[in-house]
Write a new protein. Structure first.
Length: 205
């Protein structure tokens, strides 16, 4: 994604009056935080500027931009399905509209692994309206890809499984599908709120 996009996202994260503003809850300053799919670190900069935190993303350009903004985030290039940290490293993992682009079960298994027992997962996820809006403004290739997203999402809803398309994952979520995936990967209790995105919080058991 472009630097302009990330700058706009930082402005939103820093502006509580913006309709798209949403941040994870405050934490005691000794708690350790990881952002999976951090982009340029916008959420960490806005929500947890009082500590050194960790951010992971596959986009090297976004990570480079984030390093130019702050020295309070340890930026790491990597994938949610294979987190490069040992067990029980974090008290909070956040994932703002990022797990929809991953193998969700594999990502949740890894997040559970790096969380301490009783640690918190905070994430936002796609409802159907998000990929539908993107597809409506795209060309025929985008509409073909939407067909994959719909089928992959239905598979996840019904069975809990996903399949990649040309090496990529994308899906939208339902309360049933994401709740089952969380419980299967060791999270309980779970809270889901319907907003523009699903806002999901869960505790690592």
């Amino acid at each position: 994604m472009s630097g302009r996009y990330h700058r706009e996202e930082l402005e939103i994260a820093l502006d509580p009056s913006h309709p798209a503003h949403i941040l994870p809850p405050p934490l005691p300053d000794h708690k350790r935080v990881l952002d999976v799919g951090c982009g340029a670190g916008q959420t960490l900069i806005a929500a947890y500027a009082d500590r050194v935190s960790c951010g992971l993303d596959i986009d090297r350009d976004a990570l480079r931009l984030g390093r130019s903004w702050t020295n309070r985030v340890c930026f790491v290039c990597g994938r949610a399905e294979a987190l490069p940290w040992s067990n029980d490293q974090f008290d909070m993992v956040i994932a703002r509209v990022s797990l929809a682009y991953t193998n969700i079960n594999a990502s949740l298994k890894e997040i559970h692994r790096v969380l301490t027992k009783g640690g918190q997962l905070w994430m936002t996820l796609h409802p159907f309206s998000i990929p539908w809006r993107q597809a409506r403004s795209s060309n025929y290739k985008g509409r073909i890809f939407l067909g994959y997203v719909v089928l992959n999402s239905a598979l996840f809803h019904l069975t809990g499984w996903q399949v990649p398309f040309l090496g990529r994952y994308e899906s939208f979520q339902t309360e049933r599908g994401i709740s089952r995936a969380l419980r299967n990967n060791g999270f309980d209790p779970i809270s889901i709120q319907r907003r523009t995105h699903f806002l999901v919080t869960a505790t690592s058991g």
